[in-house]
Design a protein around this ligand. Structure first.
Ligand code: COA
Length: 189
């Protein structure tokens, strides 16, 4: 599988995550405000983050697209992750993202997502991109709203969490028709 593209946005550089990102990633992956909101246990050590990055890089061996690092251009720091996971070729994927809390509230998840979504529809021929969030994850739900995703409802007891709890998920999506309509109407930023 090919290497992920390098995508340059207004303030960010999006590129394939690397083992050298472990130190920056551990800084936020260890926090209880990140993993548990996204359905994973906070990392206990730098070596755990290294292992997770290896797993991320291995995803491509199993037909998945892999994970982008979100790099803040100004200081070249890796401050988050973004990916299109649960990928089905020529069909669909699910958008997932994390941003280091030091950088919250600056529209970084939206800025990265709008480019990743364009990549999904324009280069990968996707028909649908989904995004899900725990009901209490207002920050992520807000990102989906700002991206203009359609709210598709609450999927009850759909997610088996890392701690064994069974969780509801709020579900959002955008289709290729909706995306291209916005491109033609010039309302995709
Ligand atoms: C979800 C997440 C990626 C959003 O990133 P972000 O770049 O801060 O997103 P935005 O700047 O667009 O902010 C989204 C909303 O978060 C809220 N918010 C902003 N700053 C915040 C802060 N410091 N503390 C709490 N909430 C904040 C606001 O409601 C904001 O919406 P607004 O722009 O309409 O005011 C980030 O909060 C995160 O990493 N959360 C933990 C991991 C996670 O939940 N991932 C998604 C799993 S579904």
């Amino acid at each position: 599988m090919e290497k992920l593209p390098i995508i340059i946005t207004e303030r960010l550089l999006l590129r394939e995550i690397e083992e050298g990102d472990a130190f920056d990633m551990f800084e936020f992956a260890r926090l209880s405000t990140i993993g548990p909101n996204a359905g994973w246990r906070p990392h206990a050590s730098l070596s755990e983050t290294r292992e997770v990055i290896k797993l991320f890089r291995n995803k491509k061996k199993y037909g998945q697209l892999g994970v982008f690092a979100i790099v803040w251009k100004e200081n070249n720091k890796m401050i988050g992750t973004i990916e299109l996971h649960s990928y089905v070729r020529n069909h669909k994927a699910e958008l997932g993202y994390t941003v280091s809390p030091k950088y919250w509230g600056r529209g970084i998840a939206v800025e990265a997502s709008k480019y990743i979504i364009s990549w999904g529809f324009e280069k990968l021929n996707m028909k649908r991109i989904e995004c899900t969030a725990f009901p209490e994850n207002f920050q992520s739900r807000r990102v989906c709203e700002k991206l203009g995703f359609t709210y598709e409802g609450l999927r009850k007891k759909v997610y088996l969490n890392y701690d064994g709890s069974v969780r509801d998920l709020e579900s959002f999506a955008i289709t290729d028709d909706e995306y291209w309509d916005r491109i033609y109407k010039n309302t995709w930023w």
